[in-house]
Unconditional design. Structure first.
Lengths: 611, 336
C-alpha cells in the first residue's frame, strides 16, 4: 500500500462521497473537528449536489466533502486526493478523476450492488471496484452488514439502524488515522440528547467501526500525521459565512450599535441570514425581505435610524440592490453590502464559485458612485474583513462592499479567534444638538459628515437621492455644486487609503510578483512554494482592499520584473491594475466554477517568466 | 412638551409644485394636524419615494427622507423595525406605490408595521409629465395612451384589503375638514394605516375627481362613512345604503326607514369589502356613490413589536449575548 507506507507524509487529502442521504457532510465535518482538535492544520470544502432531491444513487445526487490536513500549514482544501471514501458506485464514478495515482479507496460494499451500479450508469457486469484494484488500494467494508450486527440488540427499526452507517465508516477512518473518538461521542450525545436510543446506536456503531480496524489490523496499515506547528493561540474551526456573520455581530457590539440585517435568500449567501437569526440575544434584528430591493432599502431605513445596517446577497441580488446602494452613497449613511459571489452572469452557476463581480462592485451603479470594496481571502479571513468593512462604513459614513465567494462561504479552516477586548475600537460619529442650525453635509477633515438620527431635537433634516448642496444638504441642481459634490464623494473614499494597512509582498523584490485578491490566496501560496523550490524568485502579495488600493501598491508592483494576476474570471483586477499603474501585468484566468489548482498557477507563472 | 403651531412644521424650502396642484392643500392640512398629535417634532419622520407628491418631506420640518422610486415602504419598514418609537409617515403616489412599489406595499400591509401611508392618487404620473398610471381609468387619453388606456385599473382600497391591511380609508384634497379628521384617525390607528387621498393634478389630469369634489355633484356622488351610524348621503341626507342580505342597494331614507339602513361597522371585513367595491361604475346594475372615510379598522400585532418581543425573549432565554462565547464557539483547542 503505497500511500500508507509513506512515513514522511506531511499531509493527506480525503474526499468523503456518497448519496445525499448518507450523512456525508456530517461525517466530514466531524472528522474535521476531531482532526483540528488533534492539532493538524486543515482546510475543507463541501461539494453539494446541485439539486436538492436528486435521485438516490445517481451521480447528480452525490454529496462530497473534501478535507486537506497535515502537520504543516495548509492553505487549500487540496488538489487531487489521496483517499476516497465512496459510499456507493455513483460516488466512485464522480470522484475517480479527483484521485492521485495509487490512492486509497474505502468502499461501502452494499453501495456497489447491481442496483447501485445501474443507477450510477456503470455498464452491465462491470465491477468498478475490481477495475480500480489495478490502480489503487481498495478497502471494501461491508458497512450495512457490520452496522446491523453492531446494533443487533437495538430497539430501533431497521431503517433507523441503517442510518448510523456513516458512523461505522467514520470510526474506521478514525482508527486509520490514529484519531480519538471522544469528540464525536460528545457531539452525538449532544445532537441526539432528546433521543438517547439513537445516540447510543450511533456511538455503538462508531466504536464498532474503530474496533473493526483493530481486529483487521494486519490487513491495513495506519497513517500517522503529526500535529502541525501553528502559531500559538486558541483556535476553532470556522466556515466562511459564519466568520462573516461573527464579524458583523462583533462590529455591532464594539461600536455600540444594533445590527439590522435585511436579506433575501440566495445561494451561497443565505447562511449568513441563518447564522444571524440565531443571535437575537445580541439585539440582532434579521429581516427576511420580499426581495433584494426591499432588503437593501430597509437597511437604509435602519441605518437612517442609527442601526448598523447590513445586507448580503450574490450577484443577481446585488444587481437588484444597485439603485439602493447608490442612494446610501448619496445619503452618506453607513451600510455594508456583502456579495458572496457565484458563477454568472444571470442565474449562472449558483453552486459554483467565481470572482467575476469585481467590476460590478466597482462600477455597477449609475453616476459617479465610488465605494470602498474589500475582499475576503479565506474562511479564517472572513471575520476580520467583515469587521473592518463595518468599521470603515461607520467611521467614514459610506456604503462598503465585501466580496466573498462560494469557495470561502462553505469552506472551513482553523481560526485563531480574537477576544472582544482586543478588537480595534469603532467610533460612531453621531451629531449632537447644537446652537446653530444643523448642516447635514458639513464634513470633517476626512470629508466625513455627521450622522444625525431621528429622536434628537434640533437636528431635524431631510435627506434624499437628489443632488445635495454642499454643506446645507438642500436640493441643488447647480452645475458647479454638482461637480464639487461628485469630487467630494470620491475624495472621501480615496482618503480611506490613509486608514488601511500598506500592502506587503512576502519578498521585497524579484522576478515575478503574483498579485491576487479573494479566495485565490491559498492556491497562490502553495504555487509560490513550488516555484521557489524550483528556484524562481517569486513574491506574493494579496489585496484585501480593492478600493481604494493600499497607498504603496504602485511601489510594490515596481519592485518586480513581471506581475501575474490569477483570477477566477475573465480578467478584472488585471484591468484595474493596468489602468491605474500602467504596468504590463498579465492575467491568468480560470472560469470553470472551480478554484485554481496550485499547479495551474505554477504553469502560468513559468510561462510569464519564460517570455 | 412644547406646543407647536402649523408653522413649526414648515421648512424654508420653496414649494415646487405647479400652482393649483392638490398637493398644496394636503401639505397644509398635514401641517395643521401635526400639532394635534402631541408628538415631539424630532420623533416624526416622513419618508417618500419619487414623484411630485414625494417631494413632500422637503417641506416638513421633521426628519425626512426622499428615497427612491417605489421603495419608501421598504425604507420605512427598516426604520420602524429599528426605531419602533418613531411616528413614521410614508408619502407615495399612485405610480410609486402601486406600480414600481406594489410589491413592498402589499408586504408592508401584511406585516402590519405601525406606519401611516398617504397615497396621493391623481390617476396619472405627474413628475414624468403625464403618462397613465395603474389607477388611470380605462380609455383615458394620456401622452402614453393616445388611443386610450387598455390596462384595467387598480382599486387601491381593495388591493390593500386583499393584502390584509388593518386600516383603510379614503379622503380628498378638496375637503380640508374631512382630510384633517381622517389624518388624525390614520395616525391614531396602531398598525399600517392605508389612506388613499384623491389629489387633483391640474396640469396632466385636471378634473379627474370633479364629480366627487364639485358642489353640484358631491352630495349624490359621495357618501361619508361614520362608524356606528346609518350610511346616508344626498342633498339633506335623503338617500341611504341598505343591505339585502349581502347585496347593497341605494334607498330613499324616508321610504325605507332610517332604522333599516346599513349601519357602518369599521370592524366588519365583509362590509368593508362591499364598500371598497363601490368603485368603478355600477355594481350589480346599481350606480353607487363613492365612499369616503374609514372603511375598515381592526387590530393585529405589529411586525416591529413582534420583532422586539423575540429579541427580548431571546435575551431572557439565552442571556444577553456574550461575544467572546460565540467567537470561541463550542470546540476550541490551544496550540502552545
Ligand atoms: C427607477 C425609476 N424609474 C422611473 C423613474 C421616473 N419616475 C419618476 S416619478 C415617476 C412616476 C410618478 O408617478 P406617481 O407615483 O403617481 O407620482 P406623482 O408624480 O403623480 O405624484 C416615474 C415613472 C424614477 N425616478 N426611477
Ligand atoms: S404635475 Fe400635477 S401632480 Fe405634479 S405638481 Fe404639477 S399639478 Fe401637481
Ligand atoms: Mg400620480
Amino acid at each position: 500500500m503505497a500511500l500508507l507506507k509513506d512515513n514522511k507524509r506531511e499531509k493527506v487529502t480525503i474526499i468523503f462521497a456518497g448519496d445525499s442521504g448518507d450523512g456525508i457532510q456530517l461525517t466530514g465535518f466531524e472528522f474535521s473537528n476531531t482532526t483540528a482538535l488533534f492539532g493538524n492544520d486543515l482546510s475543507t470544502f463541501p461539494d453539494f449536489p446541485a439539486e436538492i432531491r436528486a435521485p438516490q444513487g445517481t451521480v447528480s445526487g452525490v454529496s462530497g466533502f473534501k478535507i486537506n490536513f497535515g502537520s504543516t500549514e495548509i492553505f487549500t482544501p487540496g488538489g487531487l486526493a489521496d483517499v476516497l471514501v465512496a459510499m456507493n458506485a455513483a460516488a466512485l464514478k464522480k470522484n475517480l478523476s479527483q484521485l492521485k495515482k495509487n490512492s486509497l479507496i474505502i468502499a461501502n460494499e452494499a453501495g456497489f450492488d447491481a442496483r447501485n451500479l445501474k443507477l450510477a450508469g456503470h455498464i452491465d457486469a462491470a465491477d468498478p471496484l475490481k477495475e480500480q484494484e489495478a490502480h489503487h488500494q481498495v478497502i471494501k467494508l461491508d458497512v450495512t452488514r457490520l452496522t446491523r450486527e453492531a446494533l443487533k440488540d437495538s430497539e430501533l427499526s431497521m431503517k433507523e439502524r441503517d442510518r448510523s452507517r456513516n458512523m461505522f465508516v467514520l470510526g474506521f477512518i478514525y482508527w486509520l488515522f490514529h484519531r480519538e473518538l471522544s469528540h464525536t461521542e460528545k457531539f452525538i450525545a449532544e445532537k441526539f440528547k432528546k433521543n438517547p436510543e439513537v445516540a447510543n446506536a450511533n456511538i455503538t456503531v462508531l466504536k464498532a467501526g474503530y474496533s473493526y480496524g483493530i481486529t483487521t489490523e494486519s490487513a491495513y496499515e495506519r497513517i500517522n500525521i503529526e500535529p502541525a506547528s501553528l502559531p500559538k493561540g486558541v483556535y476553532r474551526n470556522i466556515v466562511g459565512n459564519e466568520g462573516l456573520s461573527l464579524g458583523l455581530v462583533a462590529a455591532a457590539q464594539k461600536s455600540g450599535l444594533e445590527l439590522f440585517y435585511g436579506s433575501y435568500p440566495i445561494t451561497p449567501a443565505t447562511d449568513i441570514l441563518h447564522h444571524l437569526a440565531r443571535h437575537k440575544n445580541f439585539g440582532v434584528k434579521t429581516f427576511q425581505a420580499e426581495d433584494e430591493i426591499a432588503a437593501a432599502t430597509s437597511v437604509i431605513g435602519a441605518s437612517f435610524g442609527g442601526d448598523l445596517g447590513i445586507t448580503a446577497s450574490s450577484g443577481p441580488g446585488i444587481a437588484l440592490k444597485a439603485e439602493a446602494i447608490g442612494l446610501a452613497l448619496m445619503l452618506e449613511l453607513p451600510m455594508v453590502i456583502i456579495n458572496v459571489q457565484r458563477g454568472g452572469p444571470s442565474t449562472g452557476l449558483p453552486t459554483k464559485t467565481e470572482q467575476a463581480d469585481l467590476f460590478q462592485a466597482m462600477y455597477g451603479r449609475n453616476g459617479e458612485a465610488p465605494l470602498p470594496v474589500l475582499a475576503v481571502s479565506s474562511p479564517a479571513d472572513s471575520f476580520s474583513t467583515a469587521y473592518e468593512a463595518c468599521k470603515i462604513a461607520i467611521e467614514h459614513m459610506t456604503p462598503v462592499m465585501i466580496l466573498s465567494d462560494g469557495y470561502i462561504a462553505n469552506g472551513a479552516e482553523p481560526w485563531r479567534f480574537p477576544k472582544k477586548a482586543d478588537l480595534e475600537p469603532i467610533k460612531t460619529n453621531f451629531a449632537k444638538p447644537i446652537e446653530e442650525a444643523y448642516m447635514p453635509y458639513k464634513r470633517d477633515a476626512n470629508g466625513v459628515r455627521q450622522w444625525a438620527i431621528p429622536g434628537v431635537a434640533g437636528l431635524e433634516h431631510r435627506l434624499g437621492g437628489l443632488e445635495k448642496e454642499d454643506i446645507t444638504g438642500n436640493v441643488s441642481y447647480e452645475a458647479d455644486n454638482h461637480e464639487i459634490m461628485v469630487k467630494q464623494r470620491a475624495a472621501k473614499v480615496d482618503n480611506i487609503a490613509n486608514f488601511i494597512p500598506l500592502l506587503k509582498s512576502d519578498i521585497e523584490e524579484g522576478d515575478l510578483l503574483i498579485l491576487g485578491w479573494g479566495s485565490t490566496y491559498g492556491s497562490i501560496k502553495v504555487a509560490i512554494d513550488r516555484l521557489r523550490s524550483e528556484g524562481v524568485l517569486v513574491g506574493q502579495a494579496h489585496l484585501r482592499h480593492l478600493n481604494p488600493f493600499p497607498k504603496n501598491l504602485g511601489e510594490v508592483l515596481s519592485k518586480f520584473k513581471h506581475v501575474l494576476i490569477p483570477e477566477m474570471n475573465n480578467g478584472q483586477l488585471v484591468q484595474l491594475i493596468r489602468a491605474k499603474y500602467l504596468v504590463d501585468a498579465k492575467g491568468l484566468n480560470k472560469i470553470k466554477g472551480m478554484p485554481f489548482l496550485a499547479d495551474e498557477i505554477v504553469a502560468g507563472a513559468m510561462a510569464v517568466i519564460k517570455e | 412638551m412644547t406646543t407647536y403651531t402649523a408653522k413649526d412644521f414648515s421648512t424654508d424650502q420653496d414649494v415646487r409644485w405647479c400652482p393649483g396642484c392638490g398637493d398644496y392643500s394636503i401639505l397644509k392640512q398635514v401641517q395643521t394636524v401635526m400639532p394635534e398629535l402631541g408628538i415631539p417634532k424630532e420623533d416624526i419622520v416622513f419618508i417618500s419615494g419619487i414623484g411630485c407628491s414625494s417631494r413632500f418631506p422637503y417641506y416638513m420640518n421633521t426628519y425626512g427622507m426622499h428615497s427612491i422610486h417605489g421603495r419608501a415602504t421598504a425604507v420605512a419598514t427598516g426604520l420602524k423595525s429599528s426605531r419602533p418609537e418613531l411616528s413614521v409617515w410614508i408619502i407615495t403616489g399612485d405610480g410609486d406605490s402601486l406600480s414600481i412599489g406594489g410589491n413592498h406595499l402589499i408586504h408592508l400591509l401584511r406585516r402590519n408595521l405601525d406606519v401611516n401611508i398617504m397615497l396621493f392618487n391623481n390617476e396619472i404620473y405627474g413628475l414624468t409629465k403625464g403618462q397613465y398610471s395603474p389607477t388611470s381609468q380605462m380609455g383615458k387619453l394620456t401622452k402614453s395612451s393616445p388611443m386610450g388606456v387598455i390596462d384595467h385599473p387598480f382599486n387601491p382600497l381593495t388591493l390593500a384589503l386583499g393584502a390584509d391591511a388593518t386600516f383603510i380609508a379614503r379622503t380628498m384634497d378638496r375637503d380640508p375638514k374631512h382630510l384633517r379628521e381622517i389624518l388624525l384617525r390614520t395616525h391614531n390607528h396602531k398598525g399600517s394605516s392605508f389612506l388613499e387621498i384623491y389629489q387633483n393634478c391640474n396640469v396632466f389630469n385636471d378634473g379627474a375627481f370633479t364629480i366627487f369634489t364639485d358642489k353640484k355633484s358631491k352630495a349624490l356622488e359621495t357618501v361619508f362613512l361614520e362608524h356606528g351610524k346609518p350610511i346616508v348621503f344626498g342633498e339633506g341626507n335623503t338617500k341611504g345604503l341598505a343591505l339585502d342580505c349581502l347585496t347593497p342597494k341605494v334607498v330613499d331614507v324616508e321610504e325605507y326607514g332610517i332604522d333599516n339602513l346599513w349601519v357602518h361597522d369599521e370592524t366588519d371585513l365583509t362590509k368593508a369589502n362591499l364598500l371598497a367595491r363601490m368603485f368603478d361604475g355600477p355594481l350589480n346594475g346599481v350606480q353607487f356613490p363613492r365612499p369616503f372615510g374609514v372603511f375598515y379598522a381592526v387590530n393585529r400585532p405589529c411586525y416591529e413589536d413582534l420583532m422586539t418581543a423575540q429579541i427580548k425573549n431571546a435575551k431572557e432565554l439565552k442571556g444577553e449575548g456574550d461575544l467572546d462565547a460565540i467567537l470561541g464557539g463550542k470546540n476550541t483547542w490551544e496550540v502552545k
